[in-house]
Design a protein around this ligand. Structure first.
Ligand SMILES: Cc1cc2nc3c(=O)[nH]c(=O)nc-3n(C[C@H](O)[C@H](O)[C@H](O)COP(=O)(O)OP(=O)(O)OC[C@H]3O[C@@H](n4cnc5c(N)ncnc54)[C@H](O)[C@@H]3O)c2cc1C
Length: 355
């Protein structure tokens, strides 16, 4: 077994662990990240890759707390993508520079007023019918261009992993691998390595459930599952849009596009956890015909993906408003809660480490 000594040891190589590791390394700290899949990033790779400023959390026509936490995130990410931010993300592929809000009717008056308000200036633009992008061309409805954009999450993983080189260790930290000495965590012992460090960050997504208790945190974890829908076609129309109806709290559909398929979340995926795969596919077909009826969905192959979101437990199991960092002794327990919130999570971790 190899022993490695670093300043900060991190369990988990999804966006949270990799982002934090890159930040700390840039500050001259020695880091090591342990992940059994060499940075698989379970939720990160399953995510829709939308870097958003929280507008989808204001669909009732009034912003919620999450909206405030997210508002600066697209700008922070854009600086990183241009090589001017706290992390160099120039190798990350942007799949779409924008994301739309689409309604087949006029959007509810309260929401229209909010979208046109001063607080939203520069963040949403009503698109004139003559300027609709190809995929919406000639359709009747309301279309807004948002400040949000979509990245290829696999290229994000590769870019963040490349920055770490051999400090990314293909190994799992078992709960009994958290080693204690004199009331402080002294190391992480895995099947292949012992990683000794001054500070420890537990960023293992769903794996934090067991690791948190082993590291002495009393924070509980909640899972909020989604049943995403994948619609396969050889050349899917480039479509990055939230489809809305009325003043529902969530978009009915959030559609993104990857090579070979459309990837669909939103209320369809939230409600879909109570459906069988066949029921969810039928619901997906119905919803797509309702919101995007001019696209021929009939001949396409549908499948579903059931995946958990792992977060700190909240009252009533609702969505946490912001990135989570808890400190105990020489360890931090973190969940980003959203891919978009990675820069905010990074700030919080640096503050907690006194960096
Ligand atoms: C379907 C879906 C769509 C989403 N879409 C978006 C979106 O469009 N925009 C957005 O902002 N957010 C989105 N999110 C939320 C976002 O994906 C997550 O908040 C974020 O990716 C969580 O990152 P993470 O690093 O905490 O977890 P993960 O990506 O799950 O990474 C955790 C890592 O820890 C590793 N691990 C687990 N146990 C151990 C252990 N014992 N030892 C070592 N390593 C371990 C795992 O292998 C994994 O690589 C979406 C989430 C889902 C599920």
């Amino acid at each position: 077994m190899r022993t490695i000594k670093v300043d900060v040891a991190i369990a988990g190589g999804g966006v949270a662990g990799l982002w934090i590791a890159n930040l700390l390394q840039r500050q001259g700290r020695e880091v090591a990240v342990c992940d059994p899949g060499r940075a698989a990033g379970v939720q990160t790779l399953a995510s829709q890759g939308l870097i958003h400023g929280g507008i989808k959390y204001a669909l009732r026509g009034r912003p919620e707390a999450t909206f405030d936490a997210l508002r600066d995130m697209p700008g922070r990410w854009r600086r990183c993508l241009a090589g001017d931010g706290e992390i160099d993300l120039r190798d990350v592929r942007v799949l779409s520079d924008t994301c739309y809000l689409w309604s087949r009717d006029a959007v509810a008056a309260r929401l229209a007023t909010f979208l046109a308000s001063r607080v939203m200036q520069g963040r949403t633009t009503r698109v004139a019918r003559a300027e609709y992008p190809d995929v919406f061309a000639g359709q009747a409805g309301s279309l807004y261009r948002l400040d949000d954009f979509a990245i290829d999450v696999a290229s994000l993983r590769d870019c963040l992993a490349a920055g770490l080189g051999d400090r990314l260790l293909a190994t799992e930290v078992p709960a009994d691998g958290v080693l204690w000495r004199e009331g402080r965590i002294a190391g992480l012992r895995t099947a292949e390595f012992t990683v000794e460090a001054e500070r420890f960050v537990f960023a293992a997504g769903a794996g934090n459930g067991d690791l948190a208790a082993a590291a002495g945190f009393d924070t509980r974890m909640q899972r909020r599952p989604l049943r995403q829908v994948l619609v396969h076609s050889p050349e899917p129309e480039p479509l990055f849009a939230h489809c809305i109806a009325g003043l529902a709290p969530d978009p009915a559909l959030t559609v993104t596009t990857r090579p070979g398929y459309h990837y669909i979340g939103g209320a369809l995926a939230l409600d879909g956890v109570h459906r069988t795969e066949a029921e969810q596919i039928a619901a997906g077909r119905r919803a797509l015909k309702t919101f995007l009826p001019w696209i021929d969905w009939d001949a396409r192959r549908f499948e579903t993906l059931l995946v958990d979101r792992a977060e700190p437990a909240q009252e009533d199991g609702r969505r946490p408003d912001q990135a989570f960092v808890a400190a105990r002794g020489n360890a931090l327990l973190v969940w980003p809660v959203k891919l978009s919130l990675a820069p905010d999570l990074g700030d919080r971790v640096l503050r907690a480490l006194g960096a």
